[in-house]
Design a protein around this ligand. Structure first.
Ligand code: DLL
Length: 434
């Protein structure tokens, strides 16, 4: 498959380190001059821009946090005058006040390269039809994918989310070859396509899915429902948007766009930088961003990095699929549980259950409870009670063995769990209400 910017994507590691170092030194100097919070933090540490001579000095720099974006809301961390900011995006996340990010013309250009690299890696060209079913608006998904598709000269079909049956008709009529949306929406589209019985009318070859955690089991489900190859794309508004890291045809982790972002993995408790391969919190430094640069931003996403040679030829480091934000991690009866672990169990058990589920956590008599609602498909739903009970037991046993704690599994009728058009809301934690 073609590589969009081989000169960067396949750069030898030594030249890449040199490029990163040059860019980092410039970025630190620019930020010290233009971002008050950053200057204050450096001053407090007795650190001057001249002390940063290259990537080996990165560890000396102060971290930045989501709270900084809230404290300096809306524009207090921008490093250029507002006249140079040509677009803003915002993210509300799952908790609290929204955060605002801004881009210069050059930032948008670099960002579109990030997504263009992803599209090429998924086999798209100027002859492709890219349907963007991420939400358009303040969310970075829609416009981020849109600009990338336009950059490679593909025909963009900007459907945004929602109106699922019409989306599918458009997909058929306009001959969409590449689909960009969240994995949960791809699942919903797949389910509706099946119901409409139109899978053979699709020209779809690949989907580029991200913005929320999803498992390998979910990938298999989507690929088989839509008859496509599904690629994982990672990003976050604070750093850029979709395309901070992108998956190649090998589907073994996502290449981080290291000419623009330097990743680190830290231990979130000790703040120690961990060696390549260790799992921990992802931290990013933006080395080309002008409008809203960030140094050592703590993403709260849990992942690991790998420098293993990739057979696609790209030399950029790879990150694993984040299991979820540490903020999304549930602590149930003292045990850490990621919703994605539950998804993995459910889809592995398979046999009559759909990829739709809901996790309900509560506290009864000072004890945490974990309920997992699993939606059945029509086949098992109309089966006898015995086989439904057997599946329920299988799931209960598998959950206990993977999570190390018991869960109450409830099998619910087809179509009872709300479908998602954007990021799915899998967890209801009622403990916060008490
Ligand atoms: O979700 C940007 C994006 C749009 C990425 C479209 C990919 C595709 P935010 O709304 O700021 O930005 O949310 C960022 O979503 O910190 C992760 O926790 C999660 N996330 C994003 N991509 C993935 C992924 C966009 N591929 C937050 N796998 C991040 C798992 C992901 N989690």
């Amino acid at each position: 498959m073609a590589i969009y910017q081989k000169e960067y994507e396949c750069m030898d590691r030594e030249s890449l380190k040199k490029l990163q170092s040059e860019r980092l030194v410039k970025q630190v100097k620019r930020m010290y001059e233009n971002v008050e919070l950053f200057r204050n933090r450096m001053d407090e540490m007795g650190l001057k821009p001249e002390d940063i001579k290259g990537v080996d000095d990165l560890y000396k720099l102060p971290f930045s946090y989501k709270k900084d974006l809230r404290d300096y809301y809306p524009y207090g961390l921008f490093a250029v005058p507002m006249k140079d900011i040509v677009r803003v995006h915002a993210s509300s996340g799952t908790t609290g006040k929204q955060i605002v990010v801004g881009y210069t013309r050059n930032d948008l250009d670099m960002w579109s390269d990030c997504f263009a690299r992803q599209l090429y890696a998924a086999g798209a060209t100027d002859e492709s039809f890219v349907q963007v079913s991420y939400g358009y608006g303040l969310f970075t998904g829609g416009l981020g994918a849109h600009d990338g598709a336009q950059k490679i000269g593909a025909t963009v079909i900007p459907t945004s989310t929602g109106n699922t049956q019409r989306q599918i008709q458009t997909m058929i009529d306009f001959g969409s070859t590449h689909l960009c949306c969240t994995p949960s929406y791809a699942c919903y589209l797949g389910e509706t396509i099946e119901e409409m019985g139109v899978v053979d009318q699709l020209k779809l070859k690949a989907a580029i899915l991200g913005a929320e955690p999803w498992t390998e089991e979910m990938r298999k489900t989507i690929e088989s429902k839509l008859h496509i190859k599904a690629y994982d794309v990672y990003g976050l508004s604070e750093i850029m948007g979709p395309g901070v890291a992108y998956e190649c045809e090998c589907q073994k982790g996502m290449h981080v766009n290291e000419d623009m972002f330097i990743p680190e993995i830290i231990d979130p408790d000790t703040l120690e930088v961990l060696p390549i391969g260790a799992q921990g919190e992802l931290v990013f430094t933006t080395i080309t961003k002008e409008g809203f640069p960030l140094i050592r931003y703590r993403t709260r996403d849990i992942a690991s990095l790998s420098l293993e040679k990739c057979s696609c030829g790209r030399t950029f480091i790879k990150m694993t699929k984040p299991q979820g934000r540490s903020d999304d991690m549930l602590i149930i009866r003292g045990v850490n549980v990621f919703p994605s672990q539950i998804e993995e169990v459910l889809l592995k058990v398979g046999g009559g259950i759909t990829p739709n589920y809901q996790i309900i956590v509560d506290r009864v008599n000072n004890n945490d409870t974990l309920d997992v609602w699993v939606e059945m498909n029509e086949d098992i739903f109309t089966d006898d009670v015995k086989s439904i009970e057997a599946t329920r037991k299988k799931i209960t046993d598998a959950l206990r063995s993977v999570l190390g704690i018991g869960a109450t599994v409830k099998m619910v009728a087809p179509k009872t769990i709300t479908r998602s058009e954007g990021k799915a809301k899998r967890v209801i934690d009622n403990r916060k209400l008490h």
